[in-house]
Design a protein around this ligand. Structure first.
Ligand code: GAL
Length: 483
């Protein structure tokens, strides 16, 4: 195998057997010329899988390293060894406990590989525990040591970090995700030594990933919107347990449709160290279709980290050169900020195709739109990728706007102004109102009865409904590039 390999972001990732790579919420360790990739596997009784690759591109499945049948052994502090809580499977996609975000470190002192992870009972996220497992080899059968609440705290999204002197830390979201807690681990990495830092209390950060470069620590996190992507943030510090900077933007408003999983330092044979950001591209409507995105990080100064979108990256592990390539798809998703739903064509190609707000589904062509300029005056047509037709407000036979306007999809030649829209800048974050030229009214995403997101719909109204003081945001939309 050569030294150069190309990673195709956003595509379905297959292992060397042609099977999907199941390593969500993962982690990577470099050892003896291989990258080992651990992650969530929710098929059958599997919990954590491990893959390996010498080029970050061809992944060989090394098998499930933690399953419901794994050996169990208590450690020297009290843990629950339960892996089959009763009545599981509401959130589990499979049997037994839910295991998320597994992370593995090698402990020099004991010669063991130690895995830390997030444990839930399979029905809900209320237990919020961490769990530990160990193994004598990196990709062998891990022995499960049980779950617990660190110093009594809730513990959800998590990561680990091993400092240059071998001290390791466990970092996890506590107090219903409001705070991010940093714990120092014991020398053997098997238990919590001490809570050493509370990060950004009350700011609801999730999906932590830490790296260190030239003496500066960087911590990347997401906001808290489940499996829907949001604006990532990073912070820096010269001491993990000391003062950290404010949260600064990382990537775009959806972190290029990813949520942080881990950052892996890549040591090239030429002695260069590059840092690769690995994000999960969760598919909220179908967990098993979730994918991965790997992007190189750059450092404009010692305290700044930057991530930019690339459709493909070519990595030369000999020289350490990472070459990003970007291609414009010309497609957009239109996201309602109030309901977090995405504009979608209902019954594509059908006679009375309408428009609804649907949960994000990356594979859904119905959610992809082409924003086409009409003339010089800033108005655009919103053309469905799937259907080829344009989003329109109906006009009466005489060409007057209908008062009770349902949204429709039409061939553009049927109408004139009814397919023309203007994206009005509503705020500094680029959230827009989408106003119809024909009626002067704006798109509005309503929730179903009683605030039901599943029943969200889109129609047009006067803009007066928008009042953030009552917690609603029905007329603000984001027009996001499809990556
Ligand atoms: C996310 C979290 C994921 C998973 C998901 C479940 O916020 O980062 O690891 O727990 O919620 O909805």
């Amino acid at each position: 195998m050569g030294n150069e390999a190309t990673i195709h972001n956003g595509a379905a990732w297959k292992d060397t057997n042609g099977e999907p790579v199941r390593a969500h919420g993962g982690w990577m360790l470099q050892q003896d010329g291989y990258f080992y990739w651990f992650g969530e596997d929710r098929t059958e009784g599997r919990k954590v899988s491990c893959y390996r690759s010498s080029d970050l591109c061809h992944w060989e499945n090394r098998g499930a390293v933690l399953t419901l049948d794994s050996k169990v052994r208590p450690v020297y502090y009290r843990t629950s060894l339960e892996l089959y809580p009763p009545e599981t499977s509401d959130i589990g996609y499979g049997q037994g406990a839910v295991i998320e975000r597994p992370k593995v470190l090698y402990n020099e002192r004991t010669g063991k590989y130690v895995m830390w992870m997030h444990w839930e009972n399979g029905r809900n996220y209320n237990d919020a525990r961490c769990a530990v497992a160990t193994c004598d080899t990196i990709d062998g059968e891990y022995v499960y040591h049980g779950s617990f609440n660190p110093i009594g705290h809730m513990s959800r999204d998590c990561t680990v970090f091993q400092d240059d002197d071998g001290t390791a830390y466990f970092i996890s979201a506590a107090r219903d995700n409001a705070d991010l807690l940093v714990y120092r681990l014991s020398d053997d990495y098997l238990s919590i030594d001490e809570l050493v830092k509370t990060l950004w209390p009350g700011q609801y950060r999730e999906a932590p990933a830490v790296m260190k470069r030239s003496g500066v620590y960087f911590l990347v996190t997401s906001a808290c919107t489940g499996w829907l992507p949001n604006q990532g943030a990073y912070a820096y510090s010269d001491s993990l347990t000391g003062r950290w900077s404010q949260l600064l933007p990382f990537g775009d408003s959806t972190t290029y449709d990813t949520q942080p999983a881990f950052i892996v330092p890549i040591q090239s044979q030429g002695g260069k160290t590059e840092y690769l950001y690995a994000g999960d591209r969760w598919d909220p409507s179908s967990y098993h279709h979730s994918s991965y995105v790997f992007l190189p990080l750059s450092f404009p100064s010692d305290n700044e980290v930057k991530v930019e979108w690339a459709d493909r990256i070519t990595i030369d592990l000999h020289t350490g050169l990472i070459q990003p390539e970007v291609r414009e798809s010309g497609l957009h998703r239109i996201k309602s900020c109030g309901s977090e739903r995405y504009l979608a064509v209902m019954q594509p190609k059908g006679e009375d195709a309408g428009v609804i707000g649907n949960v994000l589904a990356y594979l859904s062509e119905e959610q992809k739109w082409i924003v086409e300029p009409c003339r010089e005056d800033g108005y655009v047509r919103l053309r469905s990728k799937e259907d080829g037709r344009c989003l329109a407000v109906p006009l009466s036979p005489t060409g007057e706007p209908q008062s009770e306007a349902q949204l429709r999809l039409v061939q553009e030649e049927e109408t004139r102004y009814s397919v023309e829209w203007i994206l009005e800048d509503a705020d500094a974050e680029g959230k827009v109102r989408i106003r119809s030229r024909a009626t002067g009214k704006v798109l509005s995403a309503g929730l179903g009865e009683g605030g039901n997101r599943a029943a969200a719909f889109v129609h047009i109204t006067d803009e007066a409904e928008h009042d953030p003081r009552n917690g609603r945001d029905p007329q603000r939309f984001e027009v996001l590039k499809v990556y």
